[in-house]
Design a protein around this ligand. Structure first.
Ligand code: SAM
Length: 242
């Protein structure tokens, strides 16, 4: 069953309802970052997230918001929570009858996000698996995947992309921000390779392959914009669906 609660609710208030099972990769690899309450307390610091991204967190959030022209009308979906102020900034960009919905598989992350949103926030939070969204087809005008794909094994990553494409209406956009393969002359290539191998075992897939290669083959998707940042270590893709 999917749980819906507004931005002011606490996930702990609805813990009697059922949630999707926590995937094995999340439990095995990222328990310390996302699942353990101490991890949430430690990592929910803007400066720390910024440090982990070598000072690029604000810049990458700015690029996302700029891509949306700072105005979010229609229906927007953020697939998975992120530490820092990205979602509050997205929420502040919603205008008119626009809506912002955020899914995450971990109630503790949704709870943490709810605390970062203003009291009167209309952001809708859902406990859902990115690989099995329960939204109907073509529900959203746009969806955002911010540093999720590199955390997922290939099979899950493909399902996440297929689900994102499924819930976007024809003409809508999918924005992806994540790691990419840094250039050979980028010294961070040699620093990040062992760090990612140790802490983020699926991330190197994004160094070796292009994200569109994991999109559903039968979908009509156009790459509108591809940007690289910080010597190629990060990328932002804008894809048009349909
Ligand atoms: C999107 S990434 C963001 C990482 C990035 N370092 C940050 O916080 O800015 C982390 C989130 O993805 C969520 N997540 C991982 N696998 C998921 C899945 N299959 N479905 C939904 N959320 C998932 C985790 O629970 C976590 O909240």
């Amino acid at each position: 069953m999917t749980n819906h609660f507004d931005g002011n609710a606490s996930a702990s208030n609805i813990s009697e309802r059922s949630f999707p099972a926590i995937p094995r990769y999340l439990q095995a690899t990222y328990w310390w970052a996302y699942i353990h309450p101490r991890g949430v307390r430690v990592f929910e610091r803007q400066w720390l997230v910024n440090l982990i991204l070598w000072g690029n967190y604000k810049r990458l959030c700015d690029v996302v918001l700029h891509g949306y022209l700072q105005h979010l009308s229609g229906r927007t979906l953020q697939i998975a929570c992120a530490y820092g102020n990205l979602t509050p900034r997205l929420a502040a960009s919603v205008e008119g009858n626009g809506t912002l919905e955020v899914i995450d598989i971990l109630p503790i992350q949704l709870d943490n996000l709810a605390r970062k949103l203003p009291q009167d926030s209309s952001v809708r939070l859902h406990c859902m698996d990115s690989a099995a969204l329960t939204f109907p087809d073509q529900r959203f005008d746009r969806a955002l995947l911010f540093f999720l794909l590199h955390e997922q094994p290939l099979a899950v990553r493909k399902k996440t992309l297929a689900e994102a494409v499924r819930v976007i209406r024809p003409g809508g956009t999918l924005t992806i921000v994540d790691y990419a393969g840094p250039g050979w002359l980028n010294p961070l290539r040699y620093i990040m390779a062992p760090i990612l191998a140790l802490l983020e075992p699926f991330a190197r897939d994004l160094w070796k392959e292009e994200v569109p290669s994991w999109l559903p083959q039968d979908a009509n998707i156009t790459l509108v914009c591809k940007q690289r940042f910080f010597g190629g270590l990060y990328q932002m893709l804008t894809l048009k669906v349909g």
